[in-house]
Design a protein around this ligand. Structure first.
Ligand SMILES: *Cc1c(COP(=O)(O)O)cnc(C)c1O
Length: 424
């Protein structure tokens, strides 16, 4: 079995192969559709009950309702056409401005995108085109630590980059000397994570950015996961590795709204320290039949609802709301971490800085433990990177399940420890 598959992400797609279907001859009424669709979702992960620990950020029913209502208000508006919809343009400008202030970028400019993946594409595209134009680099290269999000590898493939993935230390942080020796005259971008999804560990951003700056290379911070949460943790006075524009040498940052800013899916941000690099993000075709076709980001038509939803949730929560949520999320996370570390067979790996972390076992088969947890209805991530681990993405909705989860975990560890039969 491919261990990465155990998360259930990749298998789900196989269902679309070879499935034949035609349109119903006659349309169905909404009541019937609603029933069919409710049935269809009956086996989906139970995110609302706090059973799901992957890629799902719920801040509570009130926030979800604001996100949903705002999205529905702008359901048919196309965010590709800000000229037609000054409302969407205003929301985008203000979301970027609020984010710039959280990321301490006085002159920062940027764009609302559809997700961290699009942001990573754009950061690489801008760096590539700037280096091509200003330094004559024809065969661009990017250097990232091995723990960087797969979208860097994907974008390298699409955009014609050579990508070098360097080693990390025993705490899962970028190894600076490996990074330094991977740089060549074609390196146009170096990136680090704040934090990486796999272990919730923040790379040594200041040191990495200094290495890049000393060579005139752009440096991108992938704060897709942590951009917002880390900003609020810092404001609350918790220790946070610096990762934003206050760090010299950081030239661009991506931060996902649809993760720990708790907005509707399909919204993220990319910010640049100043307009010099940002201008290389856009693309245009001047001789098209309908006039100049210009796009500030990668996609054409995309949902205005996602932008409206992001604006509305940020305005609804305000700094106060985010600080309150972040503080209680921090407490919930540490109940998990302390509880796991108090089980003698288990250990949290590295030094996670926010609500995402991985744990394993020096003495037991962690995947066997994971399998027993899955059988008890916990939808958890698994990681093949050595040492193997179970991955938890803790969100506010998990506050009420901590004790139940830890109770199940203690029992599952015992079952595996005493040699009970188990399946992989
Ligand atoms: C989720 C994530 C991304 C990609 O974001 P999408 O919004 O899913 O495209 C990038 N980097 C990190 C660290 C992430 O956790």
């Amino acid at each position: 079995m491919n261990r990465q598959d155990s998360a259930g992400i990749t298998q789900s797609h196989s269902a679309t192969h070879g499935h034949r279907m035609v349109l119903p001859v006659e349309g169905k009424a909404w009541d019937e559709l609603e029933e069919l669709m409710s049935d269809a979702r009956s086996h989906d992960a139970r995110r609302r009950e706090g059973r799901m620990f992957m890629s799902c950020n719920l801040a509570g029913e009130d926030v979800a309702e604001v996100a949903q209502r705002a999205y529905l208000m702008f359901f048919f508006e196309n965010a590709f056409l800000p000229g037609a919809y000054p409302s969407i343009a205003k929301f985008e400008t203000e979301v970027v401005a609020m984010t710039a202030s959280l990321l301490r970028g006085d002159e920062a400019v940027g764009t609302v995108t559809t997700g961290g993946t699009e942001g990573i594409f754009l950061a690489m595209k801008a760096a590539r085109d700037q280096a091509r134009h200003e330094r004559g680099v024809k065969t661009p290269e990017i250097v990232v630590p091995r723990t960087a999000y797969p979208a860097f590898v994907k974008a390298a493939h699409y955009l014609g980059f050579r990508i070098v993935r360097t080693t990390v230390d025993s705490d899962f942080k970028a190894d600076l000397s490996a990074l330094e020796s991977a740089i060549t005259k074609n390196t146009v971008l170096i990136a680090g994570s704040a934090p990486g999804l796999s272990h919730g560990v923040v790379d040594p951003i200041a040191e990495m950015a200094a290495i890049a700056a000393a060579r005139g290379i752009n440096f991108h911070v992938d704060a897709g996961l942590g951009g917002y949460q880390l900003a609020f943790l810092r404001k609350l006075g918790y220790p946070v590795t610096d990762y934003d524009f206050s760090v010299p040498g950081v030239t661009s940052i991506t931060a996902d709204l649809h993760k720990y800013a708790y907005t509707a899916l399909g919204a993220s941000t990319i910010l640049y320290r100043n307009p010099d690099l940002h201008k290389y993000q856009a693309w245009e075709l001047t001789d098209w039949a309908m006039g100049t076709h210009r796009s500030r980001n990668m996609l054409g038509t995309h949902a205005g609802g996602a932008v409206a939803s992001a604006w509305a949730v940020m305005q609804y929560l305000g700094e106060d709301g985010y600080l309150r949520l972040t503080k209680s999320l921090r407490e919930t996370t540490h109940r998990f971490i302390d509880g796991i570390n108090s089980i003698p067979e288990l250990q949290v790996w590295g030094k996670p800085e926010m609500s995402v972390f991985a744990f394993g076992s020096p003495t037991r088969d962690i995947f066997a433990i994971g399998q027993l947890m899955t059988e008890r209805g916990w939808y958890i991530g698994r990681q093949q990177m050595e040492p193997p681990s179970i991955h938890l993405n803790v969100t506010p909705v998990h506050e009420r399940v901590v004790d139940e989860y830890l109770g199940d975990l203690r029992e599952c560890v015992k079952l595996v420890a005493t040699g009970q039969p188990h399946r992989r």
